[in-house]
Design a protein around this ligand. Structure first.
Ligand code: SF4
Length: 417
């Protein structure tokens, strides 16, 4: 085995680097531009096992600072397929966390990486070593990867340029999965990659519900289980459908029960209120129940303000995470807003009454035109009683009862089938 200044192994996976133990951090809420991206290349475009650093290296940075970072990985291998890129990229989460003193959270352009003071003192002071460890882990674990090159960008202008490029790639990946329906496939996929932090969590990835982290869609799940049959992403045979609207399947219940070590017995894939999907810690957003309106709010990770629940995202995330089923607070990806099955058992998008302005504008296409102006943002109010009054005045379809009637009909149809 190669010699490194820090130890490597799954035993470090659950290790968190707290603020007081942190030497430096990359990305996270204080940093606007950060991301990670894996791309397949022709072998001739790769300098195998080379690690490049563009911008200041770890040892050049001021202690306790927060910095931009873009991790660019190029891979090549005869058995690799383009579909495998997002999956190889997602493995950065566990491979980084296997390194003593490295703490990796989230994914894509939401990453948050901390390095500990202890690791720095031991001599882990350069991205060159960080990259060499990652290449070692990847090649060891995924034999299909024959060549790999990594570049760490810390130069702020370069990071911005690279992140903007990466966002186009993420969008292309998500758009590809939008046409497929749950009824068209025999298998879903499960992922337990986040069990290091949420021991009973198991994501169920269907064509109409991308994983909570937003990083793995149905195609990615298929590619991952093919690439690494013994790995953390695996096929889930749907089995008998027990409820189409709520998204309950015999096969899903069975696999989730086994993989959650008996922690979860039933999952209604498209409900936030009854047997909701479990939440790990990597979810991009939360769908939460607001009692004063009997309706839902959506809040995403980057929103720092208050919600109508009187809590900020970070507090709510603490309540929802850990791999439990929390009725009325359900982790989700933002892409799920585009799904025609988005929380359909509860009333779907027509039951959403509040979301941060940024998300409302960014996901405008996912919201029916006649509903758009009836959804409040933090600019309207974060007070639940004021929100209820405002919705009444706007004639929000959930508040007027129109959407509730539609839901009753939909549920009747489900029972009839
Ligand atoms: S959020 Fe779900 S799909 Fe994403 S890495 Fe974690 S367990 Fe896997």
């Amino acid at each position: 085995m190669m010699q490194f200044h820090v130890d490597i192994g799954p035993q470090y996976e659950g290790e968190r680097v707290r603020k007081e133990d942190m030497y430096v951090e990359f990305g996270g809420p204080k940093v606007e531009y950060k991301a990670e991206l894996v791309q397949m290349k022709d072998p001739s475009e790769i300098e195998d096992e080379k690690v490049f650093v563009v911008g200041p290296d770890i040892k050049d940075l001021e202690e306790e600072g927060s910095y931009p970072l873009f991790i660019e990985i190029f891979v090549a291998g005869a058995g690799l397929e383009k579909d495998m890129e997002p999956v190889i990229e997602r493995r950065l989460h566990d491979f980084c966390n296997y390194i003593e003193g490295v703490y990796h959270m989230n994914q894509q352009d939401e990453i948050w990486i901390r390095l500990s003071k202890d690791a720095y003192k031991k001599g882990f002071v350069s991205f060159k070593e960080f990259g060499q460890i990652l290449i070692f882990e990847y090649k060891n674990d995924i034999p299909l990867i024959e060549q790999m090159q990594i570049t760490f960008y810390t130069d702020p202008d370069k990071v911005k340029e690279k992140v903007e490029f990466a966002r186009q790639i993420y969008e292309e990946r998500r758009a590809r999965a939008r046409g497929l329906k749950e009824e068209d496939v025999e298998e879903f996929y499960g992922c337990v990659l986040c069990q290091s932090f949420a021991p009973t969590h198991c994501c169920v990835i269907t064509p109409e519900r991308i994983a909570n982290c937003g990083a793995i869609n149905w195609f990615d799940g298929r590619a991952a289980s093919k690439m690494d049959p013994e790995g953390p992403i695996f096929p889930v045979p749907k089995g008998k459908c027990l409820g189409k609207i709520r998204g309950e399947y015999e096969g899903v219940n069975q696999v989730v029960y086994e993989r959650s070590m008996g922690g979860t017995e039933r999952v209604w894939i498209h409900s936030a209120l009854e047997y909701p999907h479990t939440s790990c810690g990597c979810f991009q957003a939360l769908c939460f129940y607001i009692p004063e309106t009997d309706a839902f709010g959506i809040v995403h990770r980057d929103y720092k303000g208050m919600t109508p629940l009187g809590m900020a995202f970070s507090t709510m995330a603490g309540e929802a995470s850990g791999g439990r089923q929390v009725e009325g607070m359900c982790g989700m990806s933002l892409e799920y807003l585009y799904s025609r099955k988005f929380m359909q058992y509860d009333g779907g998008i027509k039951r959403v009454v509040w979301m941060p302005k940024e998300i409302k504008e960014r996901y405008k296409d996912a919201i029916p035109e006649d509903l758009y102006d009836k959804i409040a943002t933090e600019e309207i109010t974060t007070d639940p009683n004021e929100l209820a009054e405002w919705l009444q005045a706007q004639g929000h379809p959930w508040i007027t009862g129109e959407a509730q009637e539609e839901l009753e009909k939909l549920r009747e149809q489900d029972e009839a089938e």
